[in-house]
Design a protein around this ligand. Structure first.
Ligand SMILES: C[S@@+](CC[C@H](N)C(=O)[O-])C[C@H]1O[C@@H](n2cnc3c(N)ncnc32)[C@H](O)[C@@H]1O
Length: 256
Protein backbone atom coordinates (compact mmCIF):
# COMPACT_ATOMS: atom_id res chain seq x y z
CA UNK A 1 0.00 0.00 0.00
CA UNK A 2 1.40 3.44 -0.93
CA UNK A 3 1.90 5.81 1.99
CA UNK A 4 0.95 9.36 1.15
CA UNK A 5 1.36 11.38 4.37
CA UNK A 6 4.94 12.48 4.96
CA UNK A 7 6.14 10.67 8.06
CA UNK A 8 7.00 12.76 11.14
CA UNK A 9 10.53 11.44 10.99
CA UNK A 10 10.94 12.83 7.47
CA UNK A 11 9.24 16.18 8.18
CA UNK A 12 11.55 16.72 11.18
CA UNK A 13 14.57 16.61 8.85
CA UNK A 14 13.14 18.55 5.91
CA UNK A 15 13.97 21.90 7.51
CA UNK A 16 16.87 23.87 5.93
CA UNK A 17 18.20 25.29 9.25
CA UNK A 18 18.20 21.81 10.78
CA UNK A 19 20.03 20.37 7.81
CA UNK A 20 22.68 23.13 7.83
CA UNK A 21 23.78 22.35 11.41
CA UNK A 22 23.13 18.61 11.08
CA UNK A 23 26.70 17.28 10.78
CA UNK A 24 28.07 19.51 13.57
CA UNK A 25 25.19 18.39 15.80
CA UNK A 26 25.83 14.73 14.93
CA UNK A 27 29.46 15.09 16.03
CA UNK A 28 28.28 16.49 19.36
CA UNK A 29 25.47 14.03 19.92
CA UNK A 30 26.71 10.90 18.13
CA UNK A 31 30.51 10.94 17.83
CA UNK A 32 30.33 7.13 17.58
CA UNK A 33 29.07 7.41 14.04
CA UNK A 34 32.72 7.60 12.89
CA UNK A 35 33.46 4.33 14.70
CA UNK A 36 30.30 2.71 13.33
CA UNK A 37 31.29 3.65 9.79
CA UNK A 38 34.71 2.11 10.37
CA UNK A 39 33.05 -1.14 11.55
CA UNK A 40 30.91 -1.22 8.40
CA UNK A 41 33.99 -0.75 6.20
CA UNK A 42 35.93 -3.44 8.07
CA UNK A 43 33.12 -5.95 7.78
CA UNK A 44 32.54 -5.64 4.05
CA UNK A 45 34.39 -8.48 2.30
CA UNK A 46 34.41 -6.66 -1.07
CA UNK A 47 37.64 -5.84 -2.88
CA UNK A 48 38.25 -2.11 -3.48
CA UNK A 49 37.70 -2.55 -7.23
CA UNK A 50 34.49 -4.60 -6.87
CA UNK A 51 31.67 -3.37 -9.04
CA UNK A 52 28.35 -3.39 -7.21
CA UNK A 53 25.16 -1.50 -6.43
CA UNK A 54 24.54 -0.33 -2.86
CA UNK A 55 21.46 1.13 -1.25
CA UNK A 56 21.68 3.81 1.47
CA UNK A 57 18.44 3.96 3.46
CA UNK A 58 18.16 7.50 4.83
CA UNK A 59 21.24 9.00 3.13
CA UNK A 60 20.90 12.24 5.14
CA UNK A 61 23.84 14.52 4.29
CA UNK A 62 25.75 11.62 2.69
CA UNK A 63 28.19 10.87 5.53
CA UNK A 64 28.20 7.07 4.97
CA UNK A 65 27.77 7.11 1.20
CA UNK A 66 30.71 9.50 0.74
CA UNK A 67 33.08 6.95 2.29
CA UNK A 68 31.55 3.95 0.50
CA UNK A 69 31.88 5.68 -2.89
CA UNK A 70 35.50 6.67 -2.12
CA UNK A 71 36.51 3.21 -0.89
CA UNK A 72 34.83 1.35 -3.75
CA UNK A 73 35.57 3.27 -6.94
CA UNK A 74 33.33 1.02 -9.08
CA UNK A 75 30.34 1.10 -6.78
CA UNK A 76 27.06 2.79 -7.50
CA UNK A 77 24.76 3.98 -4.72
CA UNK A 78 20.99 4.34 -4.68
CA UNK A 79 20.69 7.13 -2.09
CA UNK A 80 17.24 7.26 -0.62
CA UNK A 81 15.77 9.81 1.77
CA UNK A 82 12.34 11.25 2.44
CA UNK A 83 13.68 14.76 3.07
CA UNK A 84 14.52 16.78 -0.05
CA UNK A 85 16.67 19.20 2.03
CA UNK A 86 18.82 16.30 3.19
CA UNK A 87 19.23 15.02 -0.36
CA UNK A 88 20.40 18.50 -1.43
CA UNK A 89 23.11 18.44 1.25
CA UNK A 90 24.14 14.93 0.17
CA UNK A 91 24.39 16.13 -3.45
CA UNK A 92 26.77 18.85 -2.25
CA UNK A 93 28.92 16.49 -0.22
CA UNK A 94 29.15 13.76 -2.86
CA UNK A 95 30.10 16.36 -5.51
CA UNK A 96 32.20 14.80 -8.30
CA UNK A 97 31.16 11.27 -7.31
CA UNK A 98 27.49 12.16 -7.77
CA UNK A 99 27.53 10.59 -11.24
CA UNK A 100 27.64 7.21 -9.44
CA UNK A 101 24.71 8.12 -7.21
CA UNK A 102 21.06 7.68 -7.98
CA UNK A 103 19.27 10.05 -5.56
CA UNK A 104 15.68 9.12 -4.83
CA UNK A 105 13.33 11.09 -2.63
CA UNK A 106 10.78 8.84 -0.99
CA UNK A 107 9.60 7.09 2.11
CA UNK A 108 11.49 3.88 2.71
CA UNK A 109 8.31 2.30 3.99
CA UNK A 110 7.48 2.18 0.24
CA UNK A 111 10.72 0.43 -0.59
CA UNK A 112 9.37 -2.08 -3.09
CA UNK A 113 7.93 0.75 -5.24
CA UNK A 114 11.06 2.87 -4.92
CA UNK A 115 13.33 -0.01 -5.95
CA UNK A 116 11.33 -1.12 -8.97
CA UNK A 117 12.62 -4.71 -8.77
CA UNK A 118 16.31 -3.75 -8.81
CA UNK A 119 18.93 -5.87 -7.05
CA UNK A 120 22.22 -5.07 -5.33
CA UNK A 121 24.98 -6.37 -3.08
CA UNK A 122 24.97 -3.97 -0.16
CA UNK A 123 22.40 -2.13 1.93
CA UNK A 124 23.43 0.19 4.75
CA UNK A 125 21.55 2.57 6.94
CA UNK A 126 22.68 4.90 9.71
CA UNK A 127 20.53 6.45 12.43
CA UNK A 128 17.39 6.09 10.32
CA UNK A 129 15.55 2.82 10.93
CA UNK A 130 14.78 3.58 14.61
CA UNK A 131 12.10 5.90 13.23
CA UNK A 132 10.07 2.86 12.18
CA UNK A 133 7.61 0.84 14.24
CA UNK A 134 8.49 -2.85 14.70
CA UNK A 135 6.03 -4.05 11.99
CA UNK A 136 7.33 -1.35 9.59
CA UNK A 137 10.90 -2.43 10.30
CA UNK A 138 10.11 -6.08 9.55
CA UNK A 139 8.52 -5.06 6.27
CA UNK A 140 11.46 -2.79 5.28
CA UNK A 141 14.05 -5.43 6.19
CA UNK A 142 12.10 -8.06 4.19
CA UNK A 143 12.39 -5.75 1.15
CA UNK A 144 16.10 -5.33 1.88
CA UNK A 145 16.56 -9.11 1.88
CA UNK A 146 14.70 -9.31 -1.45
CA UNK A 147 16.93 -6.56 -2.90
CA UNK A 148 20.16 -8.33 -1.92
CA UNK A 149 21.86 -10.75 -4.28
CA UNK A 150 23.18 -13.92 -2.61
CA UNK A 151 26.35 -12.96 -0.72
CA UNK A 152 25.10 -9.38 -0.30
CA UNK A 153 25.29 -7.58 3.06
CA UNK A 154 22.92 -5.47 5.13
CA UNK A 155 24.48 -3.33 7.87
CA UNK A 156 22.51 -1.05 10.16
CA UNK A 157 24.22 1.52 12.41
CA UNK A 158 21.46 2.67 14.68
CA UNK A 159 20.05 3.50 18.09
CA UNK A 160 18.78 0.89 20.51
CA UNK A 161 17.14 1.10 23.93
CA UNK A 162 18.13 -0.76 27.11
CA UNK A 163 15.82 -3.64 28.04
CA UNK A 164 15.93 -2.58 31.69
CA UNK A 165 14.52 0.82 32.74
CA UNK A 166 17.23 1.52 35.33
CA UNK A 167 20.01 0.63 32.93
CA UNK A 168 18.42 2.82 30.25
CA UNK A 169 18.21 5.67 32.75
CA UNK A 170 21.93 5.35 33.59
CA UNK A 171 22.81 5.20 29.87
CA UNK A 172 20.80 8.40 29.33
CA UNK A 173 22.78 10.15 32.12
CA UNK A 174 26.03 9.09 30.44
CA UNK A 175 24.67 10.31 27.11
CA UNK A 176 23.85 13.77 28.49
CA UNK A 177 27.18 14.09 30.33
CA UNK A 178 28.98 13.24 27.09
CA UNK A 179 27.13 15.88 25.06
CA UNK A 180 27.64 18.60 27.70
CA UNK A 181 31.36 17.71 27.96
CA UNK A 182 31.92 17.81 24.19
CA UNK A 183 30.00 21.12 23.89
CA UNK A 184 32.15 22.59 26.69
CA UNK A 185 35.33 21.43 24.96
CA UNK A 186 34.13 23.04 21.70
CA UNK A 187 33.41 26.28 23.57
CA UNK A 188 36.87 26.22 25.15
CA UNK A 189 38.44 25.67 21.72
CA UNK A 190 36.39 28.51 20.23
CA UNK A 191 34.83 26.15 17.69
CA UNK A 192 31.58 26.76 15.86
CA UNK A 193 28.46 26.36 17.98
CA UNK A 194 30.55 27.85 20.81
CA UNK A 195 27.61 30.02 21.91
CA UNK A 196 25.23 27.10 21.63
CA UNK A 197 22.95 27.37 24.64
CA UNK A 198 21.23 24.06 23.89
CA UNK A 199 24.04 22.10 25.50
CA UNK A 200 25.09 24.56 28.23
CA UNK A 201 23.90 22.30 31.07
CA UNK A 202 22.57 18.80 31.69
CA UNK A 203 19.04 20.22 32.10
CA UNK A 204 19.08 22.21 28.84
CA UNK A 205 20.58 19.22 26.98
CA UNK A 206 17.93 16.85 28.35
CA UNK A 207 15.16 19.28 27.36
CA UNK A 208 16.62 19.66 23.85
CA UNK A 209 16.94 15.94 23.18
CA UNK A 210 13.52 15.14 24.64
CA UNK A 211 11.97 17.68 22.29
CA UNK A 212 13.99 16.41 19.30
CA UNK A 213 13.11 12.76 19.92
CA UNK A 214 9.44 13.54 20.18
CA UNK A 215 9.45 15.61 16.95
CA UNK A 216 11.30 12.87 15.10
CA UNK A 217 9.14 10.09 16.54
CA UNK A 218 12.13 8.06 17.65
CA UNK A 219 11.13 4.52 18.61
CA UNK A 220 14.32 2.51 19.11
CA UNK A 221 13.96 -1.16 20.07
CA UNK A 222 16.20 -3.31 22.24
CA UNK A 223 19.12 -5.10 20.64
CA UNK A 224 17.33 -8.43 21.03
CA UNK A 225 14.18 -7.07 19.37
CA UNK A 226 16.22 -5.66 16.48
CA UNK A 227 18.06 -8.95 15.95
CA UNK A 228 14.77 -10.86 16.09
CA UNK A 229 13.32 -8.56 13.41
CA UNK A 230 16.32 -9.09 11.13
CA UNK A 231 16.04 -12.87 11.60
CA UNK A 232 12.26 -12.93 11.09
CA UNK A 233 12.65 -10.81 7.97
CA UNK A 234 14.92 -13.47 6.48
CA UNK A 235 18.45 -12.53 7.54
CA UNK A 236 19.15 -15.79 9.34
CA UNK A 237 22.74 -14.96 10.39
CA UNK A 238 21.76 -11.59 11.95
CA UNK A 239 24.45 -10.47 14.39
CA UNK A 240 25.55 -7.53 16.53
CA UNK A 241 29.02 -6.46 15.43
CA UNK A 242 29.59 -3.46 17.66
CA UNK A 243 27.77 -1.87 20.57
CA UNK A 244 28.25 1.01 22.96
CA UNK A 245 25.45 1.84 25.38
CA UNK A 246 22.62 2.90 23.04
CA UNK A 247 24.26 2.60 19.63
CA UNK A 248 24.86 -0.62 17.71
CA UNK A 249 25.93 -1.96 14.34
CA UNK A 250 23.84 -4.99 13.43
CA UNK A 251 23.23 -6.92 10.25
CA UNK A 252 24.32 -9.95 8.30
CA UNK A 253 24.58 -11.31 4.79
CA UNK A 254 22.35 -13.27 2.47
CA UNK A 255 23.90 -16.73 2.09
CA UNK A 256 25.07 -17.87 -1.34
C1 LIG B 1 19.30 10.91 11.72
S1 LIG B 1 19.22 11.08 10.00
C2 LIG B 1 20.59 10.04 9.50
C3 LIG B 1 21.19 10.45 8.20
C4 LIG B 1 22.46 9.73 7.76
N1 LIG B 1 22.21 8.31 7.48
C5 LIG B 1 23.55 9.87 8.78
O1 LIG B 1 24.09 8.88 9.26
O2 LIG B 1 23.90 11.03 9.10
C6 LIG B 1 17.82 10.13 9.51
C7 LIG B 1 17.47 10.32 8.04
O3 LIG B 1 16.45 9.37 7.71
C8 LIG B 1 15.45 10.03 6.94
N2 LIG B 1 14.18 9.32 7.17
C9 LIG B 1 13.56 9.11 8.35
N3 LIG B 1 12.44 8.38 8.18
C10 LIG B 1 12.37 8.13 6.84
C11 LIG B 1 11.45 7.40 6.03
N4 LIG B 1 10.38 6.80 6.55
N5 LIG B 1 11.70 7.33 4.70
C12 LIG B 1 12.78 7.94 4.14
N6 LIG B 1 13.68 8.64 4.87
C13 LIG B 1 13.48 8.72 6.20
C14 LIG B 1 15.43 11.46 7.44
O4 LIG B 1 14.91 12.34 6.47
C15 LIG B 1 16.92 11.70 7.72
O5 LIG B 1 17.60 12.23 6.61
Amino acid sequence: MALTAKSHSIAAYDIPERVASYDADMDLMHPNRHKMLQIVLELLPFSPDASFTALDLGVGTGFFSYVILKRFANSRVIALDGAASMIEMAQGRLGPMADRVDFRTGDFRNLSELLRGERGDLVYSAYALHHLTAPEKISVVSEIVKFLNPGGWFLNADLIIGHDAQIESRIQEIRVQGIVGRARANRNNGESNSNDERFASAASTRAFIDNLQSREHDQPLTLNEDLRILTDAGLKNASAFWLEYREAVTGGFKPL
